[in-house]
Design a protein around this ligand. Structure first.
Ligand code: NDP
Length: 341
């Protein structure tokens, strides 16, 4: 079968692409430049010749951006939409985050409905960001998150408060996708994948611009490895105390295409809790040569009242067996050292 994968140059998408190619799919990926497209195709080499190509989609927020990309011969059976900005900071929340996230999502769904009638399922990369603040709390206990949780953030809050803009972009984009399906009743169904902070090795085939522009979610591990925190007594977790590994997440995306029961479902793809103290201890054990770069006496940074999580749907419906934090961190560090950390 043939798959359209948006944002193939990204950290997560590079792993989704590997899983798709390993499982025999033909893939067309969208990228913003020919340079990145050429790099991806070259990196995968002759083994996938004839099964991998790219199309350029410059600005996903633009009306009709995907109208050409969704048309292909032979036609697509599946679409995986990962392209969405996840920067460390933005100037203009609407231009830099909300428009590409929301219009990018509705734009590709509209294009598929209009021009790609053979598409059966669209898997969309959403986020735990679209759930935060919506966890259910019983009797004053910390909330427990599952797929029923929705971030209550509004458009106005996401525009006015830059600390809410990324989470707003993911929440409103995912809502727009479910609304599209409810209102437009397209021939395809959708699945959304909601990961928290994603760790894991950088795929060798990903166009890589250097450690300074490493994907946002691995930056904390990069900083620890590079000795940035050597004198610290506490390192606060960025944003989320939950993580998952990029390889498990990539498999979840592909299983969500393949498993009939995944259609119409949202998946909370999370392994479990982590703390920065855990990360440092794992690095100390897995890479003893880095000891001099690591802080010695860290306090625990996991809040005592941290929320709970329920990842049973991802395990049961998608069959994901999550790899432990130890493996995820050790492999990330090995990857970052190879890249020059
Ligand atoms: P990356 O920054 O590595 O990848 C983002 C991808 O989206 C790149 O291919 C990028 O293209 C593309 N993209 C970003 N903005 C635009 C735009 N305006 N127009 C066209 N393409 C764009 O991040 P990740 O791989 O981490 O993120 C991928 C997806 O996963 C996103 O939807 C993100 O919200 C989601 N996610 C990530 C989490 C994480 O912890 N990493 C957690 C939860 C969700 P280019 O290479 O040209 O910049």
């Amino acid at each position: 079968s043939k798959v359209l994968l948006t944002g193939g140059s990204g950290f997560i998408a590079a792993h989704v692409l590997k899983v798709l190619l390993d499982r025999g799919y033909s893939v067309v990926t969208t990228v913003r430049s020919a340079a990145k497209g050429d790099q991806i195709v070259a990196a995968h080499g002759d083994a996938v010749k004839g099964r991998l190509s790219y199309v350029i989609v410059g600005d996903i927020a633009q009306e009709g951006a995907f109208d050409e990309a969704v048309r292909s011969t032979p036609p697509f059976r599946y679409v995986v939409h990962t392209a969405s900005p996840f920067p460390t900071s933005v100037d203009d929340p609407v231009r830099d985050l909300l428009d590409p996230a929301i219009k990018g999502t509705t734009g590709i769904l509209k294009a598929i409905k209009a021009y790609a009638p053979t598409v059966e399922r669209v898997v969309i990369t959403s986020s735990f960001a679209a759930m935060v603040g919506g966890g259910k709390s019983v009797g004053g206990a910390p909330p427990v998150y599952d797929e029923s949780a929705w971030n209550p953030v509004t458009w106005d809050e996401a525009v006015a408060d830059k600390t809410k803009s990324y989470r707003g972009s993911k929440t409103l984009a995912e809502r727009a996708a479910w609304d599209f399906v409810a209102n437009e009743k397209p021939a395809f169904d959708i699945s959304t994948i909601c990961p928290p902070l994603v760790f894991g090795p950088v795929a060798a085939e990903q166009p890589f611009a250097g450690l300074a522009s490493l994907n946002t979610s691995n930056q904390r591990i990069r900083d620890i490895v590079q000795g940035v925190h050597v004198n610290d007594t506490i390192i606060h977790s960025p944003g989320s105390s939950l993580f998952t590994d990029v390889r498990d997440l990539a498999l979840a995306h592909v299983r969500a295409l393949e498993v009939p029961a995944a259609g119409g479902q949202r998946f909370f793809v999370t392994t479990g809790l982590y703390s920065c103290k855990n990360i440092v201890e794992i690095v100390r054990a897995s890479h003893p040569e880095l000891a001099s770069r690591l802080p010695k006496d860290l306090q625990d940074d996991l809040p005592a009242d941290v929320y709970g999580y329920d990842n049973s749907r991802a395990q049961q419906v998608l069959g994901i067996q999550f790899r432990p934090l130890e493996e995820s961190i050790a492999d990330t560090v090995t990857s970052l050292l190879k890249l020059g950390a």
